[in-house]
Design a protein around this ligand. Structure first.
Ligand SMILES: Nc1nc(=O)c2c([nH]1)NC[C@@H]1CN(c3ccc(C(=O)N[C@@H](CCC(=O)O)C(=O)O)cc3)CN21
Ligand SMILES: CC(C)C(=O)C(=O)O
Ligand SMILES: [Mg+2]
Length: 284
């Protein structure tokens, strides 16, 4: 298959080198081969195969039911479609929380079976030893703090985090602990822009904002959100760069109407040959 020659898969060091240079990193969340191919042709450097697939692909209300096998299934397809993009495999709920050893085994499966470049785990200070374990084994890790959807129940829903002084201070502590444990990047989700700015200045890791304002080193959004293909909820931080849903609906209806009125398929869509097979047709 033809690959886009102009782009080369970024490396972890090349992503880290962007820090402080003013160059911003773009990460788009996708789950399948066709979208992965399109991101690969774009100027975005990173793809997240997110456990948000439990909501976006499976139609659930939370990310928690998503399994490691499901992430690997999607990550395999994404990897095939995006050879020249850095792929991050999300670690789903209960695939790492039990112990650093469980985290290493789960991350190892993502690397071996799906070929992801690195993995992402949700959590603050407590997660530092888990991060350290993976980094020692040579697996690059992305952190994720702020609104961590796997603990949405404890957080009281999908709510902005770090609004009080105490919460903001804890977020800064969490970010520093993850940074010292060796994450090369961290997602800051749904936190005030000022808090994200302080964290971005204090850590060596590349900060990737999702609803964290303009001061982070990069930004992440979901492909289905930016294309206007997901409307179960539209968070405040989403920019719909395209509104594809009506176009998709138009395409479906064009097909259905042509099927009904018989104008599809035409001769050009049909295969010939059977007419000459003796015995297929009753003789008159
Ligand atoms: N399609 C999609 N896009 C996402 O960004 C996303 C997912 N799914 N699933 C996993 C998490 C869940 N996310 C969410 C979901 C809802 C809000 C939301 O409705 N937030 C309110 C703010 C509530 C408050 O004021 O605290 C908003 O108005 O944006 C935010 C992030 C982000 N992630
Ligand atoms: C919201 C992003 C960062 C995520 O973890 C996901 O899409 O699963
Ligand atoms: Mg996730």
């Amino acid at each position: 298959m033809a690959e886009t020659a102009s782009k080369k898969r970024p490396t972890i060091p090349s992503i880290k080198q962007g820090k402080g240079s003013g160059r911003r990193v773009t990460m788009i969340t996708v789950y399948d081969y066709p979208f992965a191919r399109l991101v690969d042709q774009s100027e975005a450097e990173m793809i997240l195969v997110g456990d948000s697939l439990g909501m976006v692909i499976q139609g659930g209300e939370h990310t928690n039911p998503v399994t490691l096998d499901e992430i690997i299934y999607h990550a395999k397809a994404v990897r095939r479609g995006a050879p020249n993009t850095l792929v991050v495999g999300d670690m789903p709920f209960m695939s790492y929380q039990l112990s650093p050893e469980q985290a290493l085994a789960s991350a190892g499966r993502q690397i071996k079976e799906a070929g992801v470049d690195c993995v992402k785990m949700e959590g603050g200070e407590y997660l530092a030893p888990y991060v350290h374990k993976l980094v020692q084994a040579g697996i690059p890790v992305v952190g994720h703090i702020g609104l961590t959807p796997q603990s949405a129940s404890a957080l009281g829903g999908f709510k902005v985090q770090g609004k009080t002084e105490q919460e903001a201070e804890q977020l800064v502590k969490d970010a520093i602990a993850l940074d010292q444990a060796g994450v090369f990047a961290m997602v800051l989700e749904c936190i005030p822009a000022g808090v994200a700015k302080v964290i971005t200045e204090k850590v060596n890791a590349v900060t990737m904002g999702v609803g964290a304002g303009p001061h982070t080193d990069g930004q992440n959004l979901n492909a289905y959100d930016i294309l206007g293909l997901f409307d179960s909820f539209v968070p405040k931080f989403v920019e719909q760069y395209q509104k594809l849903a009506p176009l998709v609906l138009d395409g479906f209806n064009s097909f259905a109407r042509q099927v009904k009125d018989g104008s599809y398929p035409q001769a050009a869509h049909s295969f010939t040959g059977g007419e000459t097979i003796k015995g297929l047709y009753p003789t008159e």
